[in-house]
Design a protein around this ligand. Structure first.
Ligand SMILES: Nc1ncnc2c1ncn2[C@@H]1O[C@H](COP(=O)(O)OP(=O)(O)OP(=O)(O)O)[C@@H](O)[C@H]1O
Length: 235
């Protein structure tokens, strides 16, 4: 199965809001994929559907050829846009918790990454800054040996000096057959690492394919995005 993700005519409505409309997406293994689109375009909705946190209104969604359920959750490592860390535990306790919970969690990798980012295992989560908490959460997610990593805004709160390190860390720790989906508005920062992009507008897939093709045509994804989605005042 060379496709890790397949969405067929996938739709999701919230009441009468059509957040995703008949989306068809196929992702191969071993790719780094940017999930891009303006605010409210449907990115988080798609991510929640893949993680089984929402149920589609219509259409089908397969991860590794399987319908969303216990088996697909085992192979997905997910970084949500909001922190879920218990403020009262220490970092090493989170590591141990992940080790008990996920058989694919590599605690030594987590310790190394934490050390390289200058943080300590005996820090209590509530004593960390917002950006430090984000780093811990990203370390937890990237220290699993998953087939599909889904990162919703992974570097938004991280200082610019750490961003490159984190992106390189992501690349260096990724198994060659694993696929990584990154949803972010920081396009300039990540475009260099993307193999493919999915661009969503108003719940429709506007573009899906190799980043190279867009870069050849437009020079920079970030500039293309700014032109394509330029805010036009209508009143
Ligand atoms: N729980 C909800 N109830 C009702 N409408 C919702 C809900 N969640 C999202 N929506 C709507 O669905 C659409 C898509 O939202 P979604 O959060 O998926 O967008 P997004 O691309 O992730 O946006 P952002 O970049 O701002 O995070 C928007 O119109 C939003 O208002």
């Amino acid at each position: 199965m060379d496709k890790i993700l397949k969405c067929s005519n996938l739709s999701k409505n919230y009441g009468n809001v059509e957040a995703l409309k008949n989306c068809n997406i196929e992702l191969k293994r071993g790719r780094i994929v940017g999930l891009l689109g303006p605010n409210g375009s449907g990115k988080t909705t798609l991510i929640k559907l893949i993680n089984g946190l929402l149920v589609p209104t219509n259409g089908e969604l397969l991860v590794d050829g399987k319908k969303i359920g216990v088996e697909t959750k085992k192979v997905i490592s997910y970084l949500p846009e909001r922190t879920y860390l218990d403020p009262n535990v220490k970092v090493y306790e989170m590591f141990e918790y992940f080790k008990d919970f996920y058989v694919d969690f590599d605690i030594n990798r987590a310790r190394t990454l934490l050390h390289e980012l200058g943080m300590k295992e005996d820090s209590r989560i509530k004593d960390l800054s917002k950006g430090m908490k984000e780093k811990v959460q990203l370390i937890l997610v990237m220290s699993r040996n998953a087939d599909l990593y889904i990162l919703d805004e992974p570097i938004a709160g991280v200082d610019p000096a750490s961003r490159d390190y984190i992106l390189d860390t992501i690349l260096n720790n990724l198994n060659k057959d694993a696929t990584l989906i990154i949803s972010t508005h920081l396009i300039y920062e990540i475009e260099r690492i993307l193999d493919d992009v999915i661009i969503i507008r108003d719940g429709n897939i506007l573009y899906q394919g190799e980043t190279k093709a867009l870069l050849e045509e437009h020079g920079s994804l970030d500039e293309w995005f700014r032109k394509e989605f330029r805010y036009v005042k209508t009143i």
